[in-house]
Design a protein around this ligand. Structure first.
Ligand code: SAH
Length: 464
């Protein structure tokens, strides 16, 4: 091991920074965050750095470096672009046995800055020993996405109960088992979901020896429109924790693959007029699984609250006292529009956008056609394929021009994406001609013409 990682307590300690530019600023920010008292020496010091020094109670010395500046400092940072000067600072520090870091010159350093993931009080440091800082930063980025921003709150929770737990279990092994259980179970889930009071209540109950409630939890997760890359960090994390996954027809296999390997997978997909499981049975199944203590992911295409009946599912959970979380997803309108090069709004063409269900209950009457034909409005029809001839003719009948541009986007954001553009007059014909099938999104409005300039995603490349 080239370097031993140690965490340095700098609260109230003086740290010398030689240099007044951008890099000095970056290092000074970190040092100030850790509570160090800055002494910055440079002939010129940038405005932002000056403000930082002032606000953190440090000192600025506007002149060239002097050996005596090192005195009284517990750490020295050389951040100038003057190599001989950096070498001089390093030599002075080493001679006095003070740790020194020279930016971008590992050979002159006795200490180096790691890439940091800050979930204070939990801090993760990654280092390549100065050989490949970019690699260390990439690892940091992976960790950032994997560890939720609120993870540090778990440490805070543990701190509040530490003494009680220590008194309860004098034995270290028992204590460790207790905390492992807390950090990997429903108590941690509550804390990470931003329900700190509930987490404390559960932890206190656990300490008091109350039987844990058998109840599991349901995560209603939006899986986005198809491209697995469009999942949120939170969706992925919960998918990897799940004991059971209930999924729809709309959820792409590549996304299902990302669920925990040994999770049970239950297909509850719905096809128009061919419901694999009626909605109330899905609701009941969610409740039953959670009551068995399972962590259940209910994975839905797009966003669970946009034509996803997510509201109905959690109503049932709430009525049964089952804890749940809802994770929003990228809805088909956003995903398909972006991947088809059709901005849903545009200053010149559309000042509003409207998401409409095309699943018509009684042929023509149940959509507010008059509202839908107002100009400068983009319409996005979900489930609009079957009713498309009616939708197009009603819009024209109520005053929208038959020449209004319109697009069909089939399996948007996936490698099978196909896009066909036309007008309200010929859209139904395009469906027949190209055998367009579900899931397909219909976008109506002038913005569709922008696709000619803005398309970037190739998909199946068979569209027009
Ligand atoms: N909750 C989902 C919508 C469910 S309704 C969401 O927020 O996206 C189902 C309809 O969504 C489909 O009939 C289709 O119109 C649309 N849809 C969903 N995913 C799609 C995709 N990848 N490409 C095109 N349309 C899609």
């Amino acid at each position: 091991m080239e370097f031993l990682p140690l965490f340095h307590n700098l609260r109230g300690a003086r740290v010398l920074v030689v240099g007044g530019g951008e890099i000095a600023l970056r290092k000074s920010r970190l040092l100030a965050d850790a509570g160090a008292v800055l002494r910055v020496v440079a002939p010129e010091i940038g405005t932002e750095l000056r403000e930082l020094i002032d606000s953190s109670g440090g000192e600025q010395i506007l002149r060239g470096y002097d050996e005596a500046d090192v005195n009284g400092c517990v750490l020295i940072i050389a951040a100038t672009d003057d190599e001989p000067l950096n070498a001089q600072v390093s030599a002075d520090a080493r001679q006095r046995g003070v740790p020194v870091n020279v930016v971008d010159a590992p050979a002159l350093c006795s200490v180096i800055f790691p890439a940091i993931v800050d979930r204070s009080p939990l801090v993760i440091a990654v280092s390549s020993g100065g050989d490949a800082p970019v690699l260390a930063r990439l690892i940091r980025a992976k960790l950032e996405s994997w560890i939720p921003p609120t993870y540090g709150h778990l440490a805070g929770l543990a701190a509040r109960f530490r003494h009680q737990v220590k008194n309860l279990f004098p034995n270290v092994q028992q204590r460790r088992a207790f905390w492992e259980d807390v950090f990997q179970g429903p108590i941690a889930d509550r804390q990470l979901a931003g329900q700190g009071a509930e987490a404390e209540r559960l932890l206190q109950a656990k300490i008091d020896g109350e039987a844990p409630s058998a109840s599991g939890e349901v995560y209603l997760v939006g899986a986005g429109p198809g491209d697995p890359d469009l999942l949120t960090f939170k969706a992925l994390r919960l998918m990897q924790q799940a004991d059971v996954v209930l999924y729809d027809r709309l959820v792409a296999p590549a996304i299902l693959e990302l669920c925990r390997r040994d999770a049970d997978r239950i297909y509850v997909g719905k096809q128009r007029a061919d419901h694999a499981l009626p909605q109330d049975q899905i609701n009941q199944q969610l409740v039953a699984l959670a009551k068995q203590g399972k962590r259940v992911v209910r994975l839905k295409g797009g966003d669970p609250f946009i034509f996803g009946r997510g509201g109905e599912e959690i109503e049932e959970l709430a009525a049964n006292g089952i804890p749940f979380q809802v994770v929003p997803g990228i809805t088909a309108a956003s995903g398909c529009a972006a991947y088809a090069g059709i901005p849903l709004t545009h200053r010149d063409y559309a000042q509003s956008v409207r998401f409409v269900t095309g699943h018509l209950k009684n042929n023509t009457t149940d959509l507010p056609w008059k509202d839908l034909v107002s100009p400068a409005q983009t319409l996005v029809f979900y489930m609009g394929l079957i009713g498309l001839p009616i939708i197009c003719s009603e819009l024209v009948k109520h005053g929208r021009s038959a020449d209004t541009p319109a697009a069909l986007i089939q399996q948007g954001t996936t490698t099978n994406q196909r896009v066909f553009t036309g007008t309200l007059a010929n859209l139904p014909q395009l469906v027949a001609e190209h055998e367009v099938h579900a899931p397909t999104l219909v976008i109506v409005g002038e913005v569709v013409t922008l696709r000619d300039k803005l398309a970037w995603f190739e998909g199946a490349q068979s569209g027009v």
